[in-house]
Design a protein around this ligand. Structure first.
Ligand code: FES
Length: 157
């Protein structure tokens, strides 16, 4: 992002929220909603304009799960570790995905294609173990099917 547009974006947000209580969080929310994460350059500019230490801004970002420090992956994978899915082996599904993609929960692959999350229930326990990619449910998933499922998304590119 160009310095000029960063300054313009942050100035707009600071002007909008400057007199309101909790303005730091509200500004971070707007940045997160707009970009899908809080880019470092914006956090730096915000720190300067609000006269708030950068460390304080990162304290807030890392405290709330909602804020992300990195751009979101293109495809969001959610593996269910709720009771029904767990009992049907979803932790093995999660492990397999981590092995194939070389990521941990909450991380995005280096190529930006996949973001991995775990969830507590996707509301379709009868299909356990369940995973979801971009809202599409995969039920009764077998470890041996993971590579094929993920490959379909890679081929789409
Ligand atoms: S526990 Fe996995 S869908 Fe409900």
């Amino acid at each position: 992002m160009e310095k000029e547009s960063i300054r313009y974006e942050i100035k707009g947000l600071v002007d909008k929220w400057k007199d309101k209580e909790g303005n730091l969080i509200m500004i971070l929310h707007e940045i997160q909603n707009h970009h899908g994460y809080v880019p470092r350059e914006l956090a730096l500019e915000l720190s300067a304009m609000l006269d708030v230490p950068l460390a304080r801004i990162y304290e807030v970002i890392t405290f709330y799960n909602f804020f992300k420090l990195h751009p979101p992956g293109k495809h969001k994978i959610a593996v269910c570790l709720g009771t029904a899915c767990y009992l049907k082996g979803s932790s093995e599904i999660l492990k397999e995905i981590k092995n194939i993609l070389h990521v941990e929960e909450g991380q995005t692959t280096k190529d930006g294609l996949f973001h991995l999350e775990m969830v507590r229930c996707l509301g379709c326990c009868g299909l356990a173990p369940v995973m979801q990619i971009d809202g599409k449910i995969y039920g009764k998933v077998k470890k041996s099917e993971i590579m094929e499922i993920l490959s379909a998304y890679v081929k789409e590119e």
